[in-house]
Ligand binder design. Sequence first.
Ligand SMILES: Nc1ncnc2c1ncn2[C@@H]1O[C@H](COP(=O)(O)OP(=O)(O)OP(=O)(O)O)[C@@H](O)[C@H]1O
Length: 709
Amino acid sequence: MRVSEPLLGGLRRPGDSGSGDSSAGAMALGFSGHKVAKRKLQESSEEPPLKLNIQFSSPERKTSKERYGPSKRGAVTDSSAKPTFNASREGRAQVKTSSLFKNNPEIPEIHRSSVKQLQEKVFTSDSFEALDLHPHLVSTLSSLFSITKMTRVQKVTIPTLLSGRDAMVQSQTGSGKTLSYGVPLIQSLQGLSPKIQRSDGPYALILVPTRELALQSFDTIQKLLKPFMWIVPGVLMGGEKKKSEKARIRKGINILISTPGRLVDHIKTTKNIHFGRVRWLILDEADRILDLGFEKDITAILNALNAECEVRQNVLLSATLSQAVVRLADISLKDPVNVSVTEEVPVASPREQGDPRPTEPPGPDSYAIPENLQQHVVVVPSKLRLVLLAAFVLDKTLYEKKQKMIVFFPSCELVEFHYMLFNNVLNTVPEAESPEPTPVATRRLNLLRLHGNMDQKERTDVFLEFSQCRNGILLCTDVAARGLDLPQVTWIVQYSAPTSPAEYIHRIGRTARIGCRGSSLLLLTPSETEYVESLAAHKISVSELKMEELLDCLMKDDRFRVKRGGSKESQEAGEQERRRRATVLQSKFEDYVHSSEEALLQAKTALQSFIRSYATYHRTLKHIFHVRRLHLGHVAKSFGLRDAPQNLVRPRPGAKKRGHRQERPDLPKKLTNKQRLAAIMRSEYSSGISPGGPKKPKRSKKSQSQKRT
Ligand SMILES: Nc1ncnc2c1ncn2[C@@H]1O[C@H](COP(=O)(O)OP(=O)(O)OP(=O)(O)O)[C@@H](O)[C@H]1O
């Protein structure tokens, strides 16, 4: 349902859509056939956008009074906008916030040409018994995993690996790649003669990008090894005391699962780690491991392996594996078999069935998407982003039942901020005077968070809790984007666009796994809608949901009803009521953010971090995501701030254009752009220790909080 114009009558012309020429950008990327038509919401006097060329000064230790002037809780501080409700004039509504629905940019209408998504058939009717595996291995699959039939990728990969070949395996998220390498690995190791001894050390190395994935892979391998107790698996992942890891290495680990950084650290500092018997090197999420962030670690690991073992089988797996990445990493594969089940079954997505146009062959960066995954996008002006996100979280996880959601944010600071805010504002019990609180309002959101700045114990606890819970919302960074098999996740929400289509695929791939159903929602601002075309170029098709419809759910919750001074008034039109409730919710957020120095600082830190993250988009996406396009005042609103903070310094007159880099106290000063990006990505997947070198003194909490994840 499209929303009629009058509903949007309060919206004004854009203040933040920037001046970039989107069609020029589209041509530069080679897009064709996609049009973005502008739907003008309403003409109005235009608030000039703040031109940003931001330099960051470190947060000043000022009181909120100094920073924002005397605090008037609930006062309207956006001078360009009048309050939506005027208590004194109308004598009723008490909405304490600046105008949420005014001065917003026009929302473009997205027209897309047909995109034929690639899909794979996941299941086969072939059973594992057909593979001549050890009968105990087959019975373990059935008893511990409840699995008897192979998936397509398993059917092709397992015999390939059993024949001793190297392989590059690409298949969609949640299609069973772990067992594709796990089963042949265990089958081959259990059959070795003489029998493997624990003291022999590693026969196989499995490298994964994150600690949680290391734990998960370890769990799978350990289960597979149940009938073969003489083979010992072990996980090295940082966060744990290195001393105890060294002790385990000394005793012997036959299948070693590790994050690259942690393994490099042991290679450099642990005497007893030897690779003379290694026969398998498995890189799960290989494209992630082989790209920029881990380049140095992988080189160190390959050097150590090559120095001690001559013959080994190499296996690379990912849902987004590309030859280019492998070539870039210069990993030596011996005549590898390319396992890809994707292009075999190109089918139209249901909404495009019947389109007479011919299907283009899949490009090198086109990836299959699970058949039962419904992808959505919503275009929301910056000012409304926070309210919309909150409304959506409430709708799916509080007002509906049996929903489990993951929300991806671009940095740890954003995760922390939203975790704090949602817990304190959305999990409040309705006030006593509320007339008969609705049942939904008395329930609580089960909020969890996961990012790279948390200590390992907490990370593991959260990972396990979210794996096991039936309802919950995980707020996280991309630390949870790769490989994690979290059961029954029904919704994936992306607060902002990921930096690459591959990361988009992995994020949404946390739902609709192994034949299950799931949905995803990507939030874009009006100036970012061209990103939909960028996804389409990779054969990713998203359908649009309307912001107004998503905000409708606020009607279900009386906590956001506007107070009417005791007497009941007749219901205003639904659209007005919806906007009032959204404003009440925003007002609650703003009140909370401005209620303490700590909350205010956290909001400001998150805003700063968001703008930094905006600067990390690849140059091919810079025409869509450029800090100059951000309207700082509007973005500040989505952090519950009534004004743009003062310490986001505008460029000094005459300052060199190219020198305006954000301060990253956690990164060395002298870095090239490439090294800088690599360092930021590294911190995302940090193994918890500084790579290779001796232990550095702990950084202060302040500088740690600047880390991306
Ligand atoms: N043959 C099978 N039949 C049914 N379920 C299976 C089968 N093989 C694996 N699974 C289950 O499917 C789920 C997803 O498997 P897995 O995590 O290996 O997917 P993946 O392809 O590695 O995904 P990603 O690309 O996201 O890492 C797991 O819960 C696993 O136990």
